[in-house]
Design a protein around this ligand. Structure first.
Ligand code: F6P
Length: 376
């Protein structure tokens, strides 16, 4: 095959990270870049999510294996930067939802892409569905689930979740020494939005005494008696892990920031449940402190599982697009990469904890209090 002919045949793919960052995004990008290079197709990195496709902030660059290093396997964040605000910013500036979708399509056409690797969480995947409905014939998209929250259905684990759990478990082991030395109760508040996966998995993995998640209701009286048990039994300290969206009586801990014409883009920020529980326990006689882990959960050295899943997703996304597949999301299920159509995913995109989860069973068997519907 002549060089010129090969060049003409080169497929052009794009890759974009949309939504909150997490660890493992760079592993996905590296996997895709190395694979694309190997099979002779061009891969364009789109900067700052959708911002990189809008005319006023258009920013895309060709990515080649020689320009990226293996350090990407371990580094958090996204070398392409990400975006949680492109739609809301545009709505605020008076563009309609339809106009914004059209601009994304225009950006895709401007790059003459044959396919797009779309890395996003539940919110970004919902926007993707809107895009695919708006221009059903234009884009060939393979989506990859990423979020520390692990709340995307279809996949056992989203990229970023395992590293977040590692970070939280590590933080718990660090506060344990203070809890023990000062005979205190420490409440560790973690992220996860409306899903309790981070709290439950990190709590089980680090031996927390009480784990409170949004999926399972809890009684403060049971929390208090469980803390008391720890002191009475001689342990004399207690570690509680609470997911940010857990609700308590009288606690207003949601800031809802409505934006633009569509309630779909409301941003809800959770705050305060950790401190609420600490104050409550202090009032009933237990010296307590709240530790809010915040965004450290999205950083850290990418753990092996996220590197492996991320790399496999990156490689498989390129392979799938080259094979002509479109409108699918890649999933990790029982050590295999599987595929689900975006429309099937949208029938129930949000995953929540339920009683069949392995960590619920472990918690039950070890007497960890995880709420009323899940107590022994
Ligand atoms: O969805 C990921 C996540 O980290 C949530 O766990 C958290 O509630 C939210 O994003 C924080 O968002 P932001 O970085 O915009 O404050």
């Amino acid at each position: 095959m002549s060089r010129e002919y090969k060049f003409l045949m080169k497929k052009r793919l794009g890759i974009v990270t949309v939504g909150g960052d997490c660890s493992g995004l760079n592993s996905i990008i590296r996997g895709a870049v190395v694979r694309a290079d190997m099979i002779g197709c061009e891969l364009f990195g789109i900067y700052r999510g959708f911002f990189g496709l809008f005319p006023e902030s258009f920013n895309c660059v060709s990515l080649t294996a020689k320009d990226i290093g293996e350090e990407l396997l371990t580094s958090s964040g996204s070398i392409l930067c990400s975006d949680t605000k492109s739609f809301t910013t545009n709505l605020e500036h008076g563009r309609s939802q339809k106009e914004i979708l059209q601009l994304v399509c225009d950006g895709y056409k401007k790059l003459s892409l044959d396919g797009l690797i779309y890395i996003g969480g539940d919110g970004s995947l919902t926007i993707l569905k809107e895009l695919l409905d708006y221009a059903p014939d234009l884009m060939n998209v393979v989506a990859i689930p990423k979020t520390i929250d692990n709340d995307v259905n279809g996949t056992d684990f989203s990229v970023g979740f395992s590293t977040a759990v590692e970070v939280v478990a590590d933080a718990i082991s660090k506060v344990r020494s203070t809890a023990k030395s000062h005979q205190r109760t420490i409440i560790v508040e973690v992220m996860g939005r409306d899903a309790g996966f981070i709290a439950l998995y990190a709590g089980v993995a680090s031996g927390a005494d009480i784990i409170l998640v949004p999926e399972f209701e809890f009684e403060m009286s049971r929390v208090v008696s469980r803390v008391k048990e720890n002191y009475d039994s001689g342990k004399k300290y207690c570690i509680i892990i609470v997911a940010e969206a857990v609700e308590a009586v009288n606690l207003k801990h949601q800031d809802s920031i409505p934006c633009g014409e569509s309630s779909k883009y409301h941003l809800i920020k959770y705050k305060g449940i950790g401190q609420y529980i600490a104050d409550y326990l202090k009032n009933v006689g237990f010296e307590s402190r709240a530790v809010i882990l915040g965004h450290i959960q999205r950083g850290g050295t990418t753990v092996i599982l996220d590197r492996i899943i991320g790399t496999s997703f990156g490689v498989e996304a390129v392979n799938s697009l080259i094979a002509g597949e479109r409108s699918i999301m890649l999933c990790y299920r029982g050590k295999q990469i599987e595929k689900i159509s975006i429309s099937e995913l949208m029938r129930g995109i949000n995953k929540r904890l339920d009683e069949s989860d392995i960590c619920v069973k472990i918690a039950h068997n070890l007497g960890v209090y995880i709420g009323e519907s899940c107590s022994l």
